[in-house]
Design a protein around this ligand. Sequence first.
Ligand code: SF4
Length: 61
Amino acid sequence: MKVSVDRSLCYGSAECAHRAPDVFAFEDGYGVVRPGREEAADDPRVLEAVEKCPSQAIALR
Ligand code: SF4
C-alpha cells in the first residue's frame, strides 16, 4: 500500500509531521509525504496519522 496526502483536504494541522516525521513533512502549510516514503504505509505511526488526521486527508491505497 501507498500513503498519500490530498492537499485539497489538508487543514495544515501538522499533526502527521509530528507523529511520523521521517514519513511526513510540513511544507508551505500542508502535510506532505516525504519523497521515497510512500511505501511506509505499514508503519504503525502512519496508520495512526491516518486515523488522527483531523481532515481525513491521508489516504492508503
Ligand atoms: S494531519 Fe492531516 S490535516 Fe494535518 S497536516 Fe497532516 S494531512 Fe494535513
